[in-house]
Ligand binder design. Structure first.
Ligand code: NDP
Ligand SMILES: N[C@@H](CCC(=O)N[C@@H](CSC=O)C(=O)NCC(=O)O)C(=O)O
Ligand code: ZN
Ligand code: ZN
Length: 369
């Protein structure tokens, strides 16, 4: 008998409270309602934003919750009115949806569809309720995805149908970190051929920025990290110079301005540290340097610099999901990967079982990407 229209009981990793290990529980996943899609999640990756919310630093953090937003799977069933996907389709859930109708979707200047942003931020579906229940308690959704569950329910505007030939264990990475860094360079900063770039933080996001800078034809791509173990791997993605700020007594922005004849054309902050966001801006060249904030900073943190930095032509930008309009772009990135025009395999350092999710977080905290 099929599962369509039935409650599915499956395993999920529930975060009952901040800083607690994820707990593997039997959860009930209700059928999808109007314009909703239930997905059998086959693969998920972990992102630092999951760890950030679990740490209690996210002002929007809600508990108990099923985290995870970098996944891939197969549509199990769809609710009334869903036309963009059908059972059996291979899909990637999207934490920035694309409704195609809101003011944001209609603008070419942003990818930040706002159609369901309010309910998504409250951990519920647009009707104000959750599809997850565990031990009689309602469990919050996360970033509209909740991929740390064997089954999840998402809005139809939050799902990209992809080529079924694509290996889901690889393309799940297109749910967050890789498109974010890649798009930060190509869409947000719009790196130009021959330009100089510096990337602060060489985790998955920073490496994807390096990949984007290389594709854009940058000449110097300086990777900056306090963990020199990251330098060798960053070469594969296009970084061609490396700096460990711990090797210098001077502020890192001064070091970079001296090394680059007045500063960089483009810098990227991929850590989530507000002091480094300032350093990245101030390392930019007077008159035209553009600094893009990618990292997510903790609750209550603020950025500062002297306004003169901006008066004299440096530009401060930020990016979410690399500026990609999600439903249009993710299937295209899957095709690029299949044509070997986009690296994904190289980002993968470990393959673990779902039951080892807490170990995945430990590896991430240990700087093993
Ligand atoms: N804007 C968006 O849409 C998105 C934002 N993000 C955010 O991007 C950020 C980066 O993510 P991710 O790549 O996964 O993170 P990682 O933690 O893997 O990478 C950050 C790297 O920066 C290093 N680092 C830490 N402090 C410094 C410092 N002071 N100077 C130089 N290097 C430093 C870390 O070293 P060590 O390991 O030793 O600490 C690590 O190698 C996170 O804040 C994440 O939440 C992620 C996805 C999407
Ligand atoms: N909830 C946090 C903000 C978290 C944040 O900035 N999220 C990024 C994606 S990070 C992915 O790993 C994002 O896309 N933001 C856009 C959005 O609309 O949330 C807070 O409240 O500070
Ligand atoms: Zn993420
Ligand atoms: Zn929209």
């Amino acid at each position: 008998m099929g599962t369509q229209g039935q409650v599915i009981i499956c395993k999920a990793a529930v975060a009952w409270g901040p800083k607690e290990d994820l707990s593997f529980e039997e959860v009930e996943v209700a059928p999808p309602k109007v314009h909703e899609v239930r997905i059998k999640v086959l693969y998920t990756a972990v992102c630092h934003t999951d760890a950030y919310t679990l740490s209690g630093q996210d002002p929007e953090g809600i508990f108990p919750v099923i985290l995870g937003h970098e996944g891939a799977g197969v549509v199990e069933s769809v609710g009334e009115g869903v036309t963009n996907v059908k059972p059996g389709d291979h899909v990637i859930p999207l934490y920035i949806p694309q409704c195609g109708e809101c003011k944001f979707c209609k603008s070419s200047k942003t990818n930040l569809c706002q159609k369901i942003r309010v309910s998504q931020g409250k951990g519920v579906m647009p009707d104000g309720t959750s599809r997850f229940t565990c031990k009689g308690k309602s469990i919050a959704h996360f970033m509209g995805c909740s991929t740390f569950s064997e089954y999840t329910v998402v809005c139809d505007i939050s799902v990209a149908k992809i080529n079924s030939d694509a290996p889901l264990d690889k393309v799940c990475l297109l749910g967050c970190g890789v498109p974010t860094g890649y798009g930060a360079a190509l869409n947000t900063a719009k790196v130009e051929p021959g330009s100089t770039c510096a990337i602060f933080g060489l985790g998955a996001v920073g490496l994807a920025v390096a990949m984007g800078c290389k594709v854009a034809g940058a000449s110097r791509i300086i990777g900056i990290d306090i963990n020199p173990a990251k330098f060798e791997v960053a070469k594969q993605f296009g970084a061609n110079e490396f700096i460990n700020p711990k090797d210098y007594e001077k502020p890192i922005q001064e070091v970079l301005v001296e090394l680059t004849d007045g500063g960089l054309d483009y810098t990227f902050e991929c850590i989530g540290n507000v002091q480094i966001m300032r350093a990245a801006l101030e390392a930019c060249h007077k008159g035209w340097g553009v600094s893009t904030i990618v990292g997510v900073a903790g609750a209550g943190q603020e950025i500062s610099t002297k306004p003169f930095q901006l008066v004299t032509g440096r530009v401060w930008k930020g990016t979410a999901f690399g500026g990609w309009k999600s439903r249009d772009s993710v299937p295209d990135m899957v095709e690029k990967y299949l044509q070997k025009k986009l690296m994904l395999d190289e980002f993968i350092t470990q393959n673990l079982e779902f039951s080892q999710l807490n170990e995945a977080f430990e590896l991430m905290h240990a700087g093993k990407r």
